[in-house]
Design a protein. Structure first.
Length: 407
């Protein structure tokens, strides 16, 4: 009897479970909450004064460079300078054996003395011939012969004097001195070697301060500069020389300031560029060291125009679509809007200049620019803007001042 009751209880339990399952299949599903709009960081453009510029590359070159070449033939007997040192104008660099030239000078001086004696005798004979001609003791022809002898003696004296001047020069040329202040190179020959007049290169000397910086400006840059000059946007600084900035390979920015003193007279048709030269100071630093040497690589920054107000945004906020630049802006309805922009130069703090004008769709100072998660947003997409100051390199918030821009 107990067995029959247990089976009955089990059947009732199974039936109740089946009814519960059937009833659950007919329940209405719960409503899903709509997806939340994604949060994106946005910032207002930074507005500040900037100066347009172009960045170029160049090389240093000495203002004065001299090849020291022997001016007389002879053997080297002395080289009283240290290779690679700075030398002064007039300092002795080489001495060529002066003895043959000293003897040649003495020979010339003796010849001059002989010619002067002959001239003295010819002058006296000519005076006596004049007296004899007055007494009609000699003919006119004989008198003229005495005059010719006098003139010949005078010419021989002048010739001897000229020879002595040449001999003195040759003797002086045995002492090879530096014609400029600068840094001397190495010995190209050592003591005892024969050098030939106007052929043998002994060493070189290059000036140190100031130093030239040569660079090539492309034709569009040349036209921008000339138009800016014509419009008065560029004003000469001092003595009609415009400023130019320079940085070396191991330096950040452009800490060296110079002036442009030369622009070539024609554009190279092969490269489409024109050569420009700047002058930069190269003073002696500690331990007698100078920073610049001829032939060094330079980074050149050429300012164009006067400072003007501009808008800047972090460079990563700018996208590119087939060469066209754009940014995303969040409007008052929290919708993403596509905004095409024209960019300027990248600043040292990571901000890039945005060129603005009078067009309605130009970027405005009050626009909220998407500065992060650029790949996750699309035009007309609803977002939750997370407002923050414009980020810069080296700083998560805030924009540091910048003073220049370029294209």
């Amino acid at each position: 009897m107990r067995l029959r009751m247990a089976h009955g209880y089990l059947a009732v339990l199974l039936a109740a479970t089946s009814l519960a399952a059937i009833g659950g299949c007919h329940q209405q599903p719960a409503e899903l909450a709509p997806p939340q709009a994604p949060a994106v960081p946005v910032s207002k453009p930074v507005q500040q004064q900037v100066t347009d510029f172009v960045d170029l590359t160049g090389r240093t070159d000495a203002v004065e460079a001299v090849n020291i070449i022997a001016r007389v033939t002879g053997y080297l007997v002395q080289m009283p300078f240290r290779e690679g040192s700075e030398v002064k104008k007039g300092q002795l660099l080489f001495e060529i054996d002066p003895r043959p030239y000293a003897d040649q000078l003495r020979l010339g001086q003796a010849q001059l003395a002989n010619n002067q004696a002959q001239k003295k005798l010819a002058d006296a004979n000519f005076r006596r011939a004049g007296e004899l001609l007055a007494n009609k003791s000699i003919s006119q022809q004989e008198y003229e012969q005495f005059g010719a002898t006098k003139d010949q003696a005078a010419a021989q004296v002048e010739s001897a004097q000229a020879t002595i001047a040449i001999d003195k020069l040759n003797l002086d040329f045995c002492h090879v001195t530096s014609p400029i202040d600068g840094r001397v190179s190495r010995y190209f020959l050592t003591i005892g070697n024969l050098v030939n007049q106007d052929q043998t290169l002994l060493t070189t000397v290059v000036s140190q301060d100031p130093m030239y910086g040569y660079f090539d400006a492309d034709e569009p840059t040349l036209l921008r500069v000339r138009r800016a000059l014509a419009e008065g946007k560029i004003k000469p600084a001092v003595a009609n020389k415009n400023p130019v900035l320079m940085g070396l390979q191991d330096e950040d920015g452009f800490p060296h300031v110079g002036t442009i003193d030369f622009i070539n007279n024609q554009v190279n048709p092969t490269t489409g560029s024109i050569t420009v030269r700047g002058v930069f100071p190269n003073p002696i630093l500690s331990q007698g060291v100078r920073l610049l040497s001829p032939g060094m690589f330079l980074r050149i920054r050429l300012p164009i125009g006067q400072p003007h107000s501009a808008l800047l945004v972090i460079d990563r906020a700018i996208g590119s679509d087939q060469g066209l630049k754009y940014v995303y802006v969040v409007d008052a309805k929290n919708l993403v809007q596509y905004r095409r922009v024209v960019t300027g130069a990248l600043q040292e703090n990571g901000l890039r200049v945005i060129e603005t004008g009078s067009k309605p769709d130009d970027l405005k100072p009050d626009d909220w620019v998407v500065v992060g998660a650029i790949q996750q947003v699309r035009p007309r997409m609803e977002v939750r803007p997370d407002q923050e100051p414009m980020p810069t390199l080296g700083s998560s918030t805030g924009a540091s001042p910048s003073t220049s821009s370029g294209k």
